[in-house]
Design a protein around this ligand. Structure first.
Ligand code: FPP
Length: 231
């Protein structure tokens, strides 16, 4: 399909509320959310979209009850060690954005293994934002620039991408499920010219049909990048 976005970013919100509506614990919502992510990401890559970034765990999510944090960390390890081999088979590269500090050794190991196993893959890239904060990302980019003694006056907005956690193209389309209309510190720099869409659907229910609707909305947006409207 022509004109599909190059880079889609999803804030996977509403797992807890989805579970609550079903009288289930919040953790069940995360489990269903993770199952949906797998299915949906393959569908998104099948549409010709080359980069998908997803918000898995923010730096602030460590303030949630320990039980929920532990559940999510265990879920990450389990999925990376098992089902993520499907990304390898499908020629999809898996990368991570976020701070490594505060993450458990087994989580880091599972992240590093899947990164290593998929690093030569070329069809598309899945960027998992884990222990991620957009403001920290800019700070960490600044640290790299200082450490590498880069002449700051020569840095262009495009150059800064190179110092982010991952050197990915700008985000074209941000989707936040569950009706919340906030960016919550997600890919602040990369979303400078992105289109935004806030469906009411909770993430575990945000399926292929919902994505088709989202993509249709994106394709009808008039992107100007600060320029005047073409006649
Ligand atoms: C926000 O919904 C969601 C999260 C903090 C976790 C997102 C994680 C996943 C979807 C699992 C990803 C799994 C892998 C293996 C990468 P919420 O819990 O804040 O929902 P609520 O606002 O309804 O409470």
């Amino acid at each position: 399909m022509t004109n599909v976005p190059t880079h889609v970013a999803i804030i996977m919100d509403g797992n807890g509320r989805w579970a609550k509506e079903r009288n289930m614990p919040r953790t069940y919502g995360h489990k269903k959310g993770s199952e949906n992510l797998k299915k949906l990401s393959f569908y998104i890559f099948d549409q010709g979209i080359k980069y998908l970034s997803v918000y898995c765990f923010s730096t602030e999510n460590f303030n949630r009850p320990q039980e929920e944090v532990d559940y999510l960390m265990n879920l990450f390890v389990e999925k990376f060690q098992t089902e993520f081999s499907e990304y390898k088979k499908k020629n999809i590269r898996v990368v991570f954005s976020g701070r490594r500090e505060n993450l458990r050794a087994d989580v880091l190991k599972a992240m590093d293994t899947i990164t290593e196993e998929t690093k030569e893959n070329t069809r598309a890239t899945l960027n998992l934002c884990l222990n991620y904060g957009g403001q920290y990302e800019v700070i960490d980019a600044m640290k790299k620039i200082i450490q590498e003694n880069i002449a700051i006056e020569k840095i262009t907005p495009q150059d800064l991408y190179h110092y982010m956690y991952q050197d990915l193209p700008p985000v074209d389309f941000v989707i936040r499920t569950s009706g919340e209309k906030r960016l919550s510190n997600f890919m602040l720099y990369q979303s400078s010219y992105a289109e935004f869409y806030f469906p009411e659907t909770y993430f575990p229910a945000f399926d292929e049909k919902e994505f088709d609707k989202a993509l249709d909305i994106y394709l009808h947006r008039d992107r100007r990048f600060g320029n005047i409207k073409e006649k």
